[in-house]
Design a binder for this molecule. Structure first.
Ligand code: UD1
Ligand code: CA
Length: 454
């Protein structure tokens, strides 16, 4: 079956007063990504032709975040938040000529599953308007769905509901799907004569029914519709995201020694047979290939780890760290914006930043690329099969050629040609017997000063 053309509208104009925050609500993070990205990602599974985000509070920031997800996302500004129908109407000028279906999502509802959206689109064969509902454990102030089986009569907002209607436990998630032109035409008819004085998107159901059109309800798990209105709900959403990500990783053939202690980002990718030890944190933008191992207590973001590589324990990989196959990065090593070619070993206590290290080079303990002069960053280039002695300071910009060596304790300020040994340290001087003579002097001085104070 060919997929219908779909446009997506993501409502993201609300302030989120109860978050008690300067940040627009949809930009609060779950799994190291703004909630808006979760909604966009769920919608992306429908391969939408057009995606419109309705921004309001913090519109500029929200627009930036939307475009960071995908440059083709369009943003309209709803200057005043007059209700969900009013928000949808803002997208009408952009999507007036869009063919096919439109799906409305909320930017603060991160867990809608792609399968659920697919199901809604399928139900459109039977109903002009499809609404996503759920059986609420505690229906609280959600809009109530007045249903007869799969058929939906109308949606009544809690504020406007009778006691009888409030007793209904099937609630509105907010997700709605209809043919584009129909939805905009219904939305244009919505008024605001209700308890909140808002233009309710939910009114489109009764309006459609009044025209003799049918409306249907798709039911999903309540966990999918979990919306975030408070910091406590944000924390709950984070916990929910993490438990899903852990389960998905295990399902995908990743070994997690202690799953509950591993934290994922929305875009973390772990290949089959990757192994992740306890207490590992993935920030955004990490890909780990099959068979790589991340040992305990690592913090990784914006990096790529190839097949057969081992990282940690206690390593930090920052944006731009690229580890080729069979690279080993050991404890207390930090790597930023650096490419390590195949088989490179960086075992201990090292900082590599703005660097390239050629294949099979060994970086000794305590090596530092001194990449920052207080104003600018500079690059370090190290060739293949080189040996960087322990405690080498590489003062960038500087290069070390292939198969070259640096002596331990060296401060390297000049380029080292291939196959050369560079020694950049003070020559050792040895004074026989001086250690014991010095100690005797120190003790005598101490004893004399004690006598003096008695
Ligand atoms: C809405 C639904 C309710 C449903 C609930 C689910 C309506 C009238 N009510 O209520 O039936 O049970 O969601 O969570 O639709 N927004 C805008 N512009 C506006 C108003 C809202 O962009 O003018 C956005 C918000 O940022 C938010 C979403 O729309 O992402 C929902 O708005 P909110 O005010 O939270 O709606 P509820 O009152 O919770
Ligand atoms: Ca809400």
């Amino acid at each position: 079956m060919s997929r219908p053309t779909v446009s997506l509208i993501v409502l993201a104009a609300g302030q989120g007063t109860r978050m008690n925050s300067d940040l627009p609500k949809v930009l609060h993070r779950v799994g190291a990504a703004p909630m808006l990205h979760h909604a966009l990602r769920a919608g992306q599974s429908l391969e939408p032709e057009r995606v419109v985000v309705v921004a309001g509070h913090g519109a500029e920031q929200v627009a930036r975040a939307a475009r960071a997800f995908d440059e083709t996302v369009e943003v309209v500004v709803q200057a005043e938040q007059l209700g969900t129908a009013h928000a949808v109407a803002q997208a009408a000028p952009l999507l007036a000529d869009a063919p096919g279906e439109v799906v409305v999502l909320y930017g603060d509802t991160p867990f809608i599953r792609p399968e659920t959206l697919e199901r809604m689109i399928e139900m459109r064969a039977r109903h002009a308007v499809v609404v996503l509902g759920f059986e609420a454990a505690d229906p609280g102030r959600y809009g109530r769905l007045v249903t007869r089986g799969e058929d939906l009569d109308r949606i009544v907002e809690w504020k406007d509901a009778t006691d009888e209607e409030r007793a209904i436990t099937i609630c509105n998630s907010g997700v709605i799907c209809a043919e584009t032109h129909l939805l905009f035409s219904l939305v244009s008819e919505v008024g605001n004569a209700n308890a909140a004085g808002e233009y309710y998107l939910t009114d489109v159901v009764a309006l459609a029914r009044a025209k003799g059109l049918s409306a249907g309800v798709a039911i999903c798990d309540e966990a999918e519709t979990l919306g975030v209105n408070t910091r406590a709900q944000l924390a709950a959403a984070e916990a929910e995201f993490q438990s899903r990500a852990r389960a998905a990783a295990l399902e995908d053939g990743v070994t997690l020694t202690a799953p509950d202690t591993v934290f994922f980002a929305l875009d973390t990718f772990l290949g089959r047979d990757a192994i992740v030890g306890p207490n590992v944190v993935f920030g955004p933008g990490v890909t780990v290939e099959s068979g790589a191992e991340i040992r305990a207590f690592c913090h990784l973001e914006g990096c790529h780890i190839s097949r057969g590589a081992t990282v940690g324990p206690f390593a930090r990989l920052r944006p731009g760290a690229e580890l080729a196959e069979d690279v080993h990065v050991g404890n207390f090593v930090e790597i930023k914006n650096a490419v390590l070619d195949e088989g490179v070993k960086v075992g201990h206590l090292t900082y590599l930043g703005d660097a390239h290290v050629g294949e099979h080079t060994n970086i000794g303990a305590g090596t530092v690329t001194c990449n920052y002069d207080g104003v600018n960053k500079h690059r370090t280039e190290i060739g293949a099969h080189a040996f960087i002695g322990s405690d080498t300071m590489l003062v960038a910009p500087v290069s070390v050629g292939a198969r070259a060596m640096t002596a331990s304790g060296s401060v390297i300020t000049e380029d080292v040609p291939a196959e050369a040994l560079a020694v950049g340290r003070a020559r050792q001087v040895t004074k026989p017997g001086l250690a014991t003579r010095l100690m005797e002097m120190f003790r005598a001085a101490r004893d004399a000063s004690k006598k003096g104070t008695n």
